[in-house]
Design a protein around this ligand. Sequence first.
Ligand code: GLN
Length: 492
Amino acid sequence: MTDLTSLTLAAALDGMEKKQFSSVELTEAFIGAIDKANLHLNAYVVTTPDLARARAKQSDAKRAAGKAGPLEGAPLGIKDLFCTEGVRTTACSGVLGDFTPTYESTVTENLFRDGALMLGKLNMDEFAMGSSNETSKFGAVVSPWRRGNEEAKLTPGGSSGGSASAVSADLCLGATATDTGGSIRQPAAFTGTVGIKPTYGRCSRWGIVAFASSLDQAGPIAKTVEDSAILLQSMAGHDPKDSTSLPVETPNFRAACQRSIKGMTIGVPEEYRVDGMPPEIEALWQQGIEWAKDAGATIKPISLKHTKYALPTYYIVAPAEASSNLARYDGMRYGARVAGKDLNSVYENTRASGFGKEVQRRILIGTYVLSAGYYDAYYLRAQKVRQRIAQDFRDAFESVDAILTPATPSAAFALGEKSADPVAMYLNDIFTVTANLAGLPGLALPAATDANGLPLGLQVIGKALDEESVFAVSAALEKAANFRAKPAKWWA
Ligand code: GLN
């Protein structure tokens, strides 16, 4: 029998339905794989094998009784930003200590309702701030991918680095992730996996540790476009507990993956041809354009004029919201507390030792741009520019059905390579932050490998609430790209 861990989610669900193997067998295979790999990859910060085994048993019984849910018995990894009842949730920050929620996030609850089970909590950048997974309190995640024969450790991207590394190394069938400025799509692009950030409001944010509330969205990282559609189907849905969750029906995303893109118009924004873009990214984009044409789509050059302001806008809005959201970690309500001579010094000591350097930097920037005297010059102006960016997209979508861009400006870099230079790190997000600022769905899929054998990704951006077109275009590109590369399991 093939290694069960290398199956896609769709194939694994099918295999269980055909009684080729049970959820217990599948779950054991993943537990064994995690045991071997995690010491090397550091993808999981908590494993819950006993919980997984118990749930797998229940799933097998449900399937035998003809009561299987759409994800029955499927073992998943859960990003440590999602509150999981009775299982430690820290956002990989010291300030949360050993915080163990007494409630379940809506997204994980939806997945479990549909039969999925959890293998453990996945590593991430602290509070989802970062692009390399190096800001985690639990240490960096290592990518399973290597540059040719070099042994240098590469980043799986961030902030959902644990999710991307685990999916690409076959340590779960799929994973939850979140994306505030690219944290689903950039790690997916770096690891040859598929990640979709849906429309803002498609998934409930209830029970997800907040970073920047007007930008945060949950979504899956998976092995294929179809797998990501299956997972999003269960994750999405209106939730009265989140006032920004949209009261809309969830369409059939899996069916959308089968739609032909013949006759669709796909926009290619000139402004994404940034200075210093490596020729291989340019070539990949051109290749994507050719594939879309071959599948019957029409390509149209478009202009998204305010693109160059997106990164500075994001790095004002996101820290501003973060500084406000993170004010709640005062040593009184959650996890960690460091003693002090009076109340203020408890606050100070807890925050000074609990937050890492990058999080402190964001709190400082955010507090500064919101302070009296600077608010108009920075925060208010950034809000206005954000509206222009969203308007650019609305104008473009008058004449196109989807937009095609590269997912990242480079392939994965080595751990340590950019950690000393925050601005170099922020530049990673250049192609992804726009979709968050405009609230639009964006999907990253693997399309080619570079000269060193590392994955490179394309991004498909859609209209608000039109994930179906995003899935259709992505599935067509996936078929044409026929990306088959897998990292060697050098740890096994
Ligand atoms: N890399 C970006 C940041 O550091 C995006 C992070 C995210 O999407 N959570 O803010």
